[in-house]
Design a protein around this ligand. Structure first.
Ligand SMILES: CC(=O)SCCNC(=O)CCNC(=O)[C@H](O)C(C)(C)COP(=O)(O)OP(=O)(O)OC[C@H]1O[C@@H](n2cnc3c(N)ncnc32)[C@H](O)[C@@H]1OP(=O)(O)O
Length: 199
């Protein structure tokens, strides 16, 4: 396995891989000044042959994960912490990482290259699309849909039956009680849209 991106996020994924006894060959990064992380070698991307490697994109930016997925000829794998609780019906797409303390309840579907961060709670019938990031301690009640590339901030709460569009941002601690459109940035309790992100 290789990790692409030698960031703080990569440190957490390294822990998951170690807990699952998955061997990590190295990390690959675009920053030439990085040479090691947590005792693993960091190799510059210009000299690395990605062809056919088992890999995880250990990069926090949803947009960058999407770009690299489209570019790199890797086989993308999942990383699921042994202390995450996943109902037997849960589906998780390639490249997705699930941190410690997460609960994914019955009939949750998670797309590819999603981050479900530490202790997030994702309840029954949620549909989390590709390249989403659900931050630590976020609570998604039943039957919530989160569109491609959207970031749900730390500790945000989404009440049941809400639909959040694609490439939106929900601020840390927000309480979302109505649907949020594509590209919107919403903060506060109740969450209000403060701006839209340029497509
Ligand atoms: C393991 C990990 O670390 S995972 C990473 C988890 N990361 C997060 O949860 C970060 C989530 N990000 C946020 O909450 C950010 O504040 C954002 C994305 C919502 C907004 O960021 P920016 O676009 O830079 O907005 P900015 O800081 O300029 O704030 C704009 C206004 O919204 C307010 N605001 C920003 N964030 C919030 C928030 N979370 N809750 C309430 N109000 C907020 C600001 O006070 C400001 O108000 P003002 O115009 O009255 O002064």
């Amino acid at each position: 396995m290789i990790l692409i991106g030698a960031s703080g996020h990569a440190k957490v994924i390294l822990d998951i891989l170690e807990q699952n006894e998955i061997k990590v060959e190295c990390l690959v990064d675009a920053n030439p000044s990085l040479i090691s992380l947590c005792g693993y070698a960091v190799v510059h991307d210009s000299v690395f042959n990605f062809e056919g490697k088992d890999a995880i994109l250990s990069i926090g930016s949803n947009e960058v994960r999407k770009k690299l997925n489209d570019l790199l000829p890797c086989t993308f794998k999942t990383a699921i912490h042994p202390k995450a609780i996943l109902d037997k019906t849960v589906k998780v797409g390639e490249g997705t990482v699930v941190m410690a303390g997460v609960v994914l309840n019955r009939d949750v579907a998670v797309g590819k290259h999603v981050i479900i961060n530490t202790s997030a709670s994702v309840d029954h019938d949620n549909h989390i699309k590709d390249y989403v990031h659900i931050s630590p301690n976020a609570t998604l009640c039943g039957t919530v849909t989160v569109g491609e590339g959207t970031h749900i901030g730390a500790g945000a709460t989404i009440i049941p039956n809400i639909s959040i569009g694609k490439w939106a941002i929900i601020g840390a601690g927000a309480v979302v009680i109505s649907d949020i459109p594509d590209f919107a940035v919403a903060v506060g309790n109740p969450a209000r849209i403060i701006k839209y992100i340029n497509e």
